[in-house]
Design a protein. Structure first.
Ligand code: ATP
Length: 224
């Protein structure tokens, strides 16, 4: 299974925001044994986002985007996805109710432009956002999947864990168990000696030794 991450936002290209979403998602996909050969980052420009999404979907089984799901005019990921998928952009009444409720529960009136956050390519599965206003969506077309997730890192990680991990487990038929063993007082090379037999012998579990300030870690991933 080949996946690609498309991070969307001009602030990423300008270096104003460090692209932590790409790093975090890459690590999650590696955990699930999903191949990631390339990442793309694109600014808030309709023509360029459409081009990138089109190419990315042609070359991969799953494309995960982050960013551009906000309420403002530069948030155009939904429109671009609809164009690439050949689907109409339609309002999802359930999503609209949840967004309205989000503001109401905090005592604010919803701005008119927040309605746009409830619009998705027709045929999408809407992914609830319990920690922000922008829902995401998942669209399956033939053997391709396009997933749109919001840019704020705490929303992205929450939604990935809530919606995308179960989806990946379902389509890969795999559950990952991970354990980290922290040691101090010995270096990384010394530590490796103790786990070398597992590192050399096995693909399952896989073992990754890391050195960091004050400690070494072995991360152990097993699949079932
Ligand atoms: P919002 O509902 O807040 O508008 P959004 O989906 O439109 O969400 P963006 O507008 O792209 O997301 O980004 C919102 C916030 O998330 C900004 O502070 C932005 O810097 C941050 N952000 C966006 N993309 C990334 C990324 N790839 N890595 C880290 N932070 C990011």
């Amino acid at each position: 299974m080949k996946c690609e991450i498309v991070t969307i936002g001009t602030e990423l290209l300008l270096g104003d925001t460090v692209n932590t979403n790409a790093a975090w998602l890459s690590r999650q996909l590696a955990l699930y044994g999903i191949s990631l050969y390339q990442q793309r980052t694109v600014g808030d420009n309709r023509k360029r986002i459409v081009k990138v999404l089109r190419e990315s979907l042609e070359e991969n089984d799953i494309v995960i985007t982050t960013g551009g799901l906000g309420p403002t005019v530069d948030d155009i990921t939904r429109e671009c996805a609809a164009e690439v998928l050949g689907a109409d952009l339609v309002i999802n009444t359930e999503a609209l109710e949840k967004i309205t409720g989000f503001f109401k529960s905090r005592g604010y009136e919803m701005a008119e432009n927040n309605r746009k956050q409830a619009m998705f390519p027709a045929g999408s599965t809407i992914l609830d956002n319990e920690v922000g206003t922008a829902p995401g969506c998942l669209f399956e077309k033939g053997n391709k999947t396009l997933v749109l997730l919001p840019g704020p890192p705490h929303e992205l990680t929450h939604m990935f864990e809530l919606h995308i991990i179960p989806y990946l487990e379902k389509i890969t038929g795999t559950i990952i168990h991970s354990r980290t063993v922290r040691v101090c007082g010995i270096g990384e090379s010394e530590m490796e000696k103790y786990v070398l037999d597992i590192i050399e012998a096995s693909q399952n579990p896989t073992v990754a030794p890391y050195a960091s300030m004050g400690e070494c870690k072995t991360q152990n991933y097993s699949f079932s």
